[in-house]
Design a protein around this ligand. Structure first.
Ligand SMILES: Nc1ncnc2c1ncn2[C@@H]1O[C@H](COP(=O)(O)OP(=O)(O)OP(=O)(O)O)[C@@H](O)[C@H]1O
Ligand SMILES: [Mg+2]
Length: 222
């Protein structure tokens, strides 16, 4: 794994857990407090990635092959890492990214049944072995998550929600998949239930991140 001077924080979890809400709020908080910070999200984050995103999330794409879907996510990720995430980390920024490699393991691996090992290899290839410093796994009951998500997602990006409305068991497997990923690498994760109010949840997130920033500063002092 390469060393980058910045800090890489990812937000993971199933639909409607509050990833975008809290990542945006954290972005605003860090910026107000003078930290160099970048907000981004997958799939997307580059010209090519945004086009891939519209294919992946548009309902008219329908039920594409699982490996085709995997390649599209990884293609978007490679562009994102090379042109956005790595340069920002190299210049010392805090990068907040909604969804990253763990989503692919959870959705295409535990959700679609593709080989976890194969996905890990493709993730490594796509990212040049980049691993987040901290991953916030936000968690909610799948029914509640879908309810929240259907409420705010644009009709052009509802492909996964529409599928999970019909196949709730797949969404449950994905949620359990995230917990298995955490169990294999517990130090990288903070699991946070978003059942509580947004303010209570955000306070927890803010405290984890501020302590991580302090740790990193301490380590950088010779
Ligand atoms: N405690 C909470 N934390 C976060 N969001 C909450 C909370 N309570 C209610 N919400 C609402 O739930 C919704 C979460 O949407 P958000 O887009 O942040 O989730 P997401 O995880 O990014 O979902 P998606 O994967 O569908 O993009 C928002 O409408 C938000 O206002
Ligand atoms: Mg979102």
């Amino acid at each position: 794994m390469k060393y980058f001077p910045g800090l890489f924080i990812t937000f993971e979890g199933i639909e409607g857990t509050g990833k975008s809400t809290h990542a945006r709020r954290l972005y605003a908080f860090l910026e107000e407090n003078g930290h160099p910070v970048l907000f981004t999200a997958e799939p997307g984050g580059t010209e090519v990635g945004d086009q891939i995103r519209s294919i992946l999330l548009h309902p008219k794409t329908g039920g594409i092959d699982a490996i085709t879907e995997l390649f599209l996510f990884e293609a978007s990720r490679r562009e994102h890492v090379l042109h956005v995430i790595q340069p920002a980390l190299q210049s010392g920024r805090i990068v907040l990214c909604v969804r990253f490699c763990d989503s692919t393991i959870a959705y295409q691996g535990y959700g679609r049944g593709l080989s976890i090992e194969m996905i890990r290899n493709l993730n490594r290839l796509a990212t040049n072995d980049l691993v987040p410093d901290l991953t916030l796994l936000l968690d909610i009951d799948p029914e509640e998550g879908l309810r929240r998500s259907l409420h705010h997602t644009s009709p052009q990006e509802l492909r996964f929600e529409e599928e999970f409305l019909k196949k709730k068991d797949v969404l449950c497997s994905i949620r359990n998949g995230f917990f298995k990923i955490v169990a294999e690498d517990p130090k990288r994760f903070q699991v946070i239930s978003t059942v509580e109010s947004k303010d209570v949840v955000f306070e927890k997130i803010k405290n984890y991140v501020l302590s991580m920033i302090q740790d990193k500063k301490r380590r950088n002092v010779p």
